[in-house]
Design a binder for this molecule. Structure first.
Ligand SMILES: [Zn+2]
Length: 210
C-alpha cells in the first residue's frame, strides 16, 4: 500500500485496482478516515488503492506560502481553529470558581449551543434557564459534558437536580453518531475549524459539501 503526502501529486497519478479498474487518484473515493491519514478507494469495487497523509499545520502553511491555492483556503481553517483553541484554553469551565452561587433549592442545568456567528458556536451552560457560562463548542466529543458534570456536582451538591442536553448541544457532543442516526437538528453543520481533533480531520477529514 502506498502512502502519499497531501500536496504530493496523487490527484494526477493513475492508480490500478486489483479489480482491473484504472483511475486518477483525484477521482478515488474517500474511505475510512483516521486522525493522521485516510483511505482512498476504487470507485468501482470499493477496494482501498492508496493512503493519504493529512497535512500538518506547518505543511499547510508551507504549501500556502508556495502558492498552493487549496492550502491557502485551508489556512483559513487552521487559523480559525488556532484562535478557538486559544480561546478555549482561557474560557473552558474547569473550576467551581467560575460558577455563580445560586439560591434555588432545585437546580436544573442544561447545555445548548448558541451560534451568534456561524464561525463561533458556543457551548452554553444554563442553570434554571439562566445562562451562566459559555465556551467554544467543538464538534464531536462529549468531553465538555464529562468535564462539567463533576464541577456542577462539586459546586451545587444534592441541589443539582438534573442536566438536560439541547438539540444543538447533542449534535456537537455526539457528532456523526447523531447525524448517522438521521435525527433532525436545527443547528447547521459545524465548520471544519470547529473540530477539536487534529488538523487532519478538522480541515480535511469530512467533506461537508456532500
Ligand atoms: Zn477496484
Amino acid at each position: 500500500m502506498d502512502y502519499y503526502d497531501y500536496y504530493g501529486g496523487w490527484r494526477e497519478k493513475t492508480f490500478s485496482c486489483l479489480c482491473g479498474w484504472d483511475e486518477a487518484g483525484g477521482e478515488a473515493e474517500a474511505g475510512e478516515m483516521f486522525d493522521e491519514l485516510g483511505e482512498r478507494c476504487c470507485t468501482k469495487c470499493g477496494e482501498r488503492v492508496f493512503m493519504l497523509n493529512w497535512p500538518t499545520a506547518t505543511q499547510v502553511e508551507v504549501a500556502a506560502f508556495a502558492g498552493n491555492e487549496e492550502a491557502t483556503r485551508q489556512l483559513v481553517d487552521v487559523g480559525q481553529r488556532q484562535t478557538r483553541m486559544a480561546r478555549a484554553a482561557r474560557e473552558d469551565l474547569i473550576s467551581v470558581d467560575q460558577l455563580p452561587d445560586v439560591d434555588a433549592e432545585d437546580i436544573r442545568a442544561s447545555l445548548d449551543v448558541e451560534s451568534e456567528s456561524e464561525h463561533n458556536p458556543e457551548m452554553c451552560l444554563f442553570l434554571n434557564g439562566t445562562i451562566v457560562h459559555r465556551e467554544p463548542a467543538w464538534y464531536e466529543g462529549i468531553e465538555p459534558l464529562v468535564r462539567m458534570l463533576p464541577i456542577l456536582q462539586e459546586k451545587y451538591g444534592e441541589r443539582l437536580h438534573s442536566i438536560s442536553i439541547g438539540q444543538g448541544a447533542s449534535l456537537y457532543l455526539l457528532g456523526s453518531a447523531l447525524q448517522l442516526a438521521h435525527l433532525p437538528s436545527r443547528v447547521g453543520r459545524p465548520k471544519r475549524a470547529q473540530w477539536r481533533k487534529p488538523l487532519s480531520q478538522a480541515a480535511l477529514g469530512f467533506d461537508w459539501s456532500t
